[in-house]
Design a protein around this ligand. Sequence first.
Ligand SMILES: [Zn+2]
Length: 91
Amino acid sequence: MQLIPCADCGRKFSAKALERHVAVCKKVNTKRKAFSAADHRAAAIAEANGAEMSAGPRKKKGRKAAAAEAEAEAKAKKAKKSVRNLAKSAV
Ligand SMILES: [Zn+2]
């Protein structure tokens, strides 16, 4: 598979993944030009949420952590919702 570097952040993606990544990358990068670790993390989380799935094997740990974080967040949201529903039906 041929990897193409992102023009904004330089990370490499397959053609299909790059197409999706660029949209996310632009969103993140237009907010602040300086490339901080926080921005990078936000992009990684956004990507873990489904923007791209076939990045290179590098940064395995980071992607895994980001995915776990996103999963935990989704679980917390679900729990909150069910609690709200419980409270609703109780009242
Ligand atoms: Zn990028």
